[in-house]
Design a protein around this ligand. Structure first.
Ligand SMILES: Nc1nc2c(ncn2[C@@H]2O[C@H](COP(=O)(O)OP(=O)(O)O)[C@@H](O)[C@H]2O)c(=O)[nH]1
Ligand SMILES: [Mg+2]
Length: 365
């Protein structure tokens, strides 16, 4: 392949990593046509000077930003300096081994338009990570899968090492928030086929990681922002609206059955059962054709399968409401008039459960 490959490499205080990085790139990409675009956020350790001094030896472009604006924004800025149609984003600290770039390219040649170097597909790893860092990373990925279902098929949507074709960003409005630029590209870009290639996340020999607690809060804000922009937040409100309509159906039918017919008589518990199940069914139909219309599947079989799943999820939801009410009133001594609040707590938790479980399972993307 002789397409130009544009590497975007953000740097902040990575002076001693630059020479080995460029040497390894040169070796790994011999026979390929590439440019290494460094976006340096005014490093104090002379990173930019080091890069500039190597520009006669390697195909290097250097952009220095005087005001540090963060990792994601460095990548977005880098995009306006590329000359190639194949873009690779990677770290400068050698934790992303340049030697696997040809493997990423193979996937592009095979038809993928986004390829992720992944720590979490078979063959990938994070050697030397403490349990807390592993849990942290897995937790962040789980949240992304849960709240942004479009990322569910991807085992490592947080990787900072990935390749994509320029077309993926056509029309995409990237907001350079936080640290996780891949997540942004996956949510806003128009990728069609994503491939993942395993790699072992290297250990850092020089310099320090810039990942801190502030970044983790920023990550949650970024997720929320992406939920807004991808319509997942609207989906949540639609689900809540349907839930509210279900309360109307439930109460209304109960009223009709107990007041206007002689069918149930004193067996009002049956009126509750019938009206509750009816509201579960109307909720299901509304969610199927409104909240989750974009995930519709034709055929009676899938309709019934989803209806069954929705019923099971609702059953657990009811148990959560009752269980929470029981715990708060019996074990924590919550009394009138706060029993109403105890009930509301249960309802809110059940509603969150219902939303997440149905989004994850019943209307699996
Ligand atoms: N331009 C720029 N680069 C950054 C910034 N923060 C981190 N980097 C670079 O982004 C890459 C990944 O950062 P690192 O701190 O190693 O993150 P970690 O691997 O997740 O611990 C490295 O090449 C850093 O030099 C920043 O604010 N601006
Ligand atoms: Mg690093």
């Amino acid at each position: 392949m002789n397409e130009l490959i544009s590497l975007i490499i953000p740097t902040h205080n990575e002076r001693d990593n630059i020479t080995p990085l460029l040497e390894r790139l040169e070796c790994a990409l011999s026979g390929y046509n590439y440019e290494a675009i460094f976006i340096d956020d005014n490093s104090a350790d002379g990173t930019a000077k080091m890069i500039a001094s190597l520009a006669s030896k390697y195909p290097v472009k250097l952009i220095v930003r005087k005001d540090k604006r963060g990792l994601a924004s460095a990548v977005v800025d880098g995009l306006s300096h590329i000359s190639g149609k194949i873009i690779t984003v990677m770290d400068a600290d050698l934790q992303h081994p340049p030697e696997i770039i040809p493997n990423l390219l193979k996937e592009i040649e095979a038809g993928a338009n986004t390829v992720i170097a992944s720590r979490y597909v078979k063959g990938g790893s994070c050697p030397g990570w403490r349990l807390s860092r592993k849990l942290n990373s897995r937790g962040a990925i789980f949240l992304a899968h849960l709240l942004l279902p479009a990322t569910r098929q991807i085992s490592d949507p947080m990787s900072g090492f990935f390749m994509f074709k320029k077309g993926v960003l056509t029309g995409a409005n990237l907001e350079p928030l936080g640290y996780k630029i891949l997540l942004e590209i996956l949510a806003a870009g128009n990728f069609k086929r994503v491939a993942e290639v395993p790699f072992a996340f290297g250990s850092r020999n020089d310099g320090k990681s810039k990942l801190n607690a502030g970044q983790q809060i920023a990550y949650l804000r970024h997720l929320f922002n992406l939920m807004k922009r991808t319509g997942e937040l609207t989906r949540f409100f639609k689900f809540a609206l349907v839930g509210a309509s279900g309360i109307g159906v439930n109460e209304g039918l109960y009223w009709l059955l107990t007041r206007l017919t002689s069918l149930v008589g004193s067996l009002d518990i049956w009126a509750v059962v019938i009206s509750t199940e009816t509201s579960v069914i109307t909720n299901f139909i509304l969610n199927n054709y409104f909240t989750f219309a974009d995930r519709s599947q034709p055929g009676l079989k899938s309709f019934l399968k989803r209806l069954l799943r929705f019923n099971l999820v609702s059953l657990v939801g009811i148990s959560i409401t009752v269980g929470m009410f029981y715990i708060l009133t019996r074990f924590f001594g919550v009394q009138e008039p706060y029993d109403l609040l105890a009930l509301l707590t249960g309802i809110t938790m059940a509603m969150l459960w219902n939303y997440l479980a149905n989004n994850w399972w019943t209307w699996k993307p």
